[in-house]
Ligand binder design. Structure first.
Ligand code: ZN
Length: 502
């Protein structure tokens, strides 16, 4: 068969494989946003499991293997998009091909059970009931990593953890992250101490004034329109936990949650998820519904959500621009509040126990703690039973506060319960990429001037040109270095936080 034929067949094969994952994604979306209560378990779950299984089988089939082998033999003559498809499929193939089916099934069951046990453990503040499951999850994950035939730093003592990091942030290793977090620790821990010692108290009480659901929906629409969310290619729904779901090309949806006494919560979650969606909505048409029609990594995806949420929507200039429109919706209840007061209240920095409620300054300290303990778990230097005390100790050291119990400490986050190890760092890496992109963007335009004038379109098109349009064509390191010849560099992030919070 000629190479052209192979490529054509490979693409057709991926289209078919993609159809299963798109259908599963749409089911998943529907399950979380709209379906009648009785439609979920067990029937729909069964359909979703079948779709996922079909897609999985295609990812490790003999046919897939023959495409990968054939394309590899002609790798240099492939176009960039076929190279990317090969790269993505090859990783999926070798991540899974050597795992015995029995063990794969047992692991899936363990994850479902792990989530259940974790949920109860958190409610009952009972780490001991979760720890045996956590230990099994870690052991399974270590074993599965050993089955992988990958080339991620095999000489590194943290090999298992590096391999997991590659699931979320390809190319990033512990070596990189050790340097990254050391810079953050050295800069942020003392900066936070200064902020706390300054004793500045910012009035945020007005944020609890009630805002009706109807008004909050209008605010959400205003924010999405202002940021450039394309309603021809997406929509907004409501769920308990906000998220963004890329269903298909030209179909990227987000959700929010409205709290009557905290309208900023929805405002910022809409801004955050819009950032994710704007990335997905602006991947080049040329990659529509291929495996390249995605963000390239969790970190880069998070850089976009945080750029829109933090860099744009938490700036003074944004509040100056949006003030009249917001006030028109909020009405007399807020007429005593200025744009500057909104801005200040939206940027209060103080140590807190819960990661998802943390401000921009302290957020990465929470992530750094997760990173440090995950690394120790996978290097075998600690046992799961050491975790609660170690967590509290690190909270005290970096944030100066200590959780009174495990549900606001080590048990607060869901990720470990379904074996999502190596995910957390991508949150901080995303914030750091956002700051790095801001610095590059400022060389090309007056970013905050554009925000003050409501010219978010100029910012969006810069991001589309440098990031969005490529989808998953390039790995993060290459994508970022194409802008300015540099890879991930925490200095930009540290400088950004110092400027904002000093
Ligand atoms: Zn996000």
């Amino acid at each position: 068969m000629s190479l052209d034929n192979t490529i054509e067949n490979f693409k057709a094969y991926l289209e078919r494989k993609n159809a299963f994952s798109r259908a599963g994604g749409l089911y998943g979306w529907d399950m979380q946003t709209a379906n009648p209560p009785a439609a979920g378990m067990p029937y729909r779950a069964k359909t979703m499991a079948i779709l996922a299984e079909e897609e999985f089988k295609m990812s490790i089939s003999e046919e897939m293997k023959s495409y990968l082998t054939e394309l590899e033999a002609h790798f240099d003559s492939l176009s960039d998009d076929v190279k990317a498809m090969h790269r993505i499929c090859k990783k999926q193939y070798y991540d899974n091909i050597n795992i015995p089916a029995e063990e794969a099934r047992a692991f899936e069951e363990l994850k479902v059970k792990g989530y259940e046990v974790w949920r109860n453990a958190k409610i009952n503040n009972d780490f001991k009931s979760f720890s045996p499951y956590l230990k099994q999850l870690v052991d399974y994950q270590k074993k599965f990593v050993a089955y992988r035939d990958d080339s991620v730093n095999t000489d590194n003592i943290y090999h298992a953890y590096d391999s997991l990091l590659a699931d979320y942030e390809p190319g990033l290793t512990c070596k990189d992250l050790d340097v990254f977090f050391a810079k953050i620790r050295e800069a942020i821990v003392p900066l936070l101490k200064d902020v706390v010692a300054s004793g500045n108290v910012i009035d945020t009480s007005f944020l609890n004034r009630p805002v009706s659901l109807e008004k909050q929906k209008r605010i959400a629409r205003l924010i999405m329109d202002t940021l450039g969310f394309d309603f021809d290619k997406g929509l907004l729904a409501e769920t308990e936990h906000p998220f963004c779901g890329a269903i298909a090309h030209n179909d990227v949806r987000i959700t929010t949650h409205y709290y009557e006494n905290n309208f900023l919560s929805s405002l910022f979650s809409v801004a955050h998820e819009s950032g994710h969606a704007i990335y997905d909505q602006n991947v080049s048409e040329a990659y529509a519904d291929t495996v390249v029609d995605n963000g390239t990594s969790f970190g880069i995806h998070e850089s976009q959500s945080r750029f829109f949420e933090n860099v744009i929507c938490r700036s003074l200039e944004f509040w100056q621009y949006i003030y009249d429109d917001i006030m028109e919706i909020l009405g007399d209840d807020f007429k005593d509040i200025t744009a500057e007061q909104f801005y200040r209240a939206a940027n209060v920095a103080q140590p807190s126990l819960i990661r998802i409620e943390a401000d921009e300054l302290t957020y990465s300290l929470h992530i750094m703690i997760r990173y440090e303990v995950e690394k120790l778990l996978f290097s075998g230097d600690i046992d799961v039973n050491d975790l609660p005390a170690l967590w509290n100790e690190k909270m005290k050291e970096y944030l100066g506060i200590e959780p009174a119990d495990d549900k606001t400490g080590i048990l607060q986050d869901v990720h470990w319960s379904y074996s999502s190890f190596g995910y957390f760092p991508s949150y901080s890496v995303g914030s750091a990429y956002a700051a790095q992109l801001l610095a590059y963007m400022e060389k090309d335009m007056d970013v905050y001037g554009n925000i003050r004038n409501g010219n978010i379109a100029a910012i969006k098109s810069w991001l589309t040109d440098k990031i969005h349009k490529y989808g998953a064509l390039y790995e993060p390191e290459q994508l970022i270095s194409m802008i300015n010849g540099e890879k991930l560099n925490a200095d930009y992030y540290v400088a950004y936080l110092r400027k904002k919070f000093s």
